[in-house]
Design a protein around this ligand. Structure first.
Ligand SMILES: Cc1cc2nc3c(=O)[nH]c(=O)nc-3n(C[C@H](O)[C@H](O)[C@H](O)COP(=O)(O)OP(=O)(O)OC[C@H]3O[C@@H](n4cnc5c(N)ncnc54)[C@H](O)[C@@H]3O)c2cc1C
Length: 432
């Protein structure tokens, strides 16, 4: 047993692995996996620990990604870039920008490792561009027997379909080849809008905007909407002061203070949400894509997110509002709603269906279980799929009803990892 105590960003899970290693390249990953197998240790590479579930936890060999961070190639003409597993997304964005290319879409933070983000199906919002895993065109992996395999839509196809959102269950991803497109600017338009109006105008808001999302403030009928669209420029980024005020001070420092008060005095939450949702003012700016997609999130929280068939979104949100209005829960964090087109990644939350994502949060240290349980019942009543990296209570018996290719993916797992070298407790629950 090492004295390393690994924990997630929100401190929802800890691990005390028997051994750790920080491989510098693929051959060192092979050596680490082979020696762990000789000692009968389970193996897991972690990312940056930003999952809320115990998906990354291991009791055996913990592989750190911090030395596996090279960008192997960027080919603007082919529209691809190959990066090692442990490079943080934010660093990858900068390297890509230096070559005049960018990822088409991403989530709302960029500190995760490339492999960690892809393995749980990290996504943003998009009409045409889906989550990160749908932008993967090739994977290099070290399998349980120590072999190195390259998979893609043409080679080792079933492994590719299973392992893009693979939860670390199929092998250690050592490098990813991502589809990239020419660099682009995004024009961001953010403005408050009543929830009823958002729901009424949803088809138009979705179809008219490349990236539409909104945040609903529980206990109120108010939202903040975000519309990001590709712009020919010129770039008009937020001033340093405005960026600090909105994204650092208001969204992090002040928001944290407000949440501390709300945690202490839960009765104040509905009034506080009314005030904060009304205090929002509209803003527009234009900046390089990845600076618009992602921002800094310092306030610690716990989160559950479900991907539901988009056609159920209005009913689901009306039911969520009814539950909040019942008054059993005090929810100071906005509910985030995003969208993704159907994709072909077997274990992706957006596999095969037009998807709406509903994410619910609670400030760290606030009881969340009853609120999450009430909403999870609503999400699962319409066949919702939980984000693999965010809190949920589903096991295989449920998941096989909402993932039509789960059986095929598990057959691939039986083939490439019959001894469950890459297993952990989380996988035992969700894969059975
Ligand atoms: C503040 C915050 C904001 C977030 N925003 C979003 C968002 O906008 N959209 C969204 O979808 N999610 C979001 N998430 C969730 C987050 O993106 C995912 O949980 C993601 O998986 C975290 O990446 P990570 O690098 O921290 O990986 P970890 O959480 O450390 O690991 C995730 C999984 O990947 C596996 N893994 C890591 N590296 C490898 C490898 N090389 N080979 C094989 N398996 C590997 C791990 O074993 C584990 O199973 C957010 C989380 C936080 C805390």
């Amino acid at each position: 047993m090492t004295d390393v105590l690994w924990h997630t960003w929100a401190d929802t899970h800890q691990a005390r692995p028997k051994r750790t290693a920080s491989p510098n390249d693929t051959p060192e990953v092979v050596a680490a996996v082979t020696s762990a197998a000789a000692d009968d240790l389970r193996v897991r590479m972690v990312g940056s620990g930003h999952s809320f579930t115990d998906v990354a936890v291991t009791d055996g060999l913990l592989l750190s990604p911090t030395s596996l961070t090279k960008v192997r190639s960027v080919d603007p003409e082919a529209g691809t870039a190959t990066v090692e597993a442990g490079l943080p997304l934010c660093d990858f964005n900068e390297v890509l920008a230096g070559h005049g290319v960018a990822l088409a879409n991403m989530g709302d933070i960029a500190v995760q490792t490339m492999a960690g983000a892809v393995q749980t199906g990290t996504h943003g919002t998009g009409r045409d561009a889906g989550g990160l895993a749908s932008q993967v065109v090739g994977l290099e992996m070290v399998l349980a027997d120590g072999s190195v395999v390259a998979c893609s839509a043409e080679r080792e196809t079933e492994l590719f379909h299973s392992a893009r959102v693979g939860l670390g269950a199929f092998g250690v991803v050592t490098a990813l080849t991502m589809a990239v497109r020419p660099s682009f600017l995004l024009h961001a338009r953010e403005e408050p809008m009543p929830l009823d109006e958002v729901l009424e105008r949803l088809p138009e808001l979705r179809s008219d905007n490349a990236h539409f999302e909104f945040f609903w403030f529980p206990h109120t009928g108010n939202t903040n909407t975000k519309r990001n669209n590709i712009s020919a420029g010129p770039a008009r980024p937020l001033s340093r002061f405005k960026a600090w005020l909105d994204d650092d001070f208001l969204s992090n420092t002040l928001f944290d203070g407000v949440n501390r008060v709300c945690r202490r005095f839960p009765g104040t939450v509905p009034t506080v949400n009314q005030i904060s949702s009304r205090a929002l003012s509209a803003r527009t700016y234009t900046d390089v894509s990845y600076k618009v997609f992602a921002s800094v999130r310092d306030v610690r929280f716990v989160e559950m997110e479900y991907a539901i068939p988009a056609e159920h979104l209005v009913d689901v949100l009306r039911e969520a509002r009814r539950i909040v209005d019942r008054g059993d829960h005090r929810v100071s964090f906005p509910v985030e709603v995003r969208f993704a087109p159907a994709d072909d990644v077997w274990l992706s939350t957006a596999y095969g269906r037009d998807t709406a994502y509903v994410a619910v949060h609670m400030y760290k240290g606030t009881p969340y279980e009853a609120y999450f349980a009430d909403l999870e019942a609503v999400f699962t009543s319409v066949g919702g799929r939980p984000h693999w990296g965010k809190m949920h209570t589903r096991d295989r018996s449920y998941l096989e009803t909402v993932y039509p290719r789960l059986g095929e993916a598990l057959a691939v797992r039986d083939r490439v990892d019959p001894d469950r070298r890459f297993g952990n407790d989380y996988l035992d629950r969700v894969f059975g």
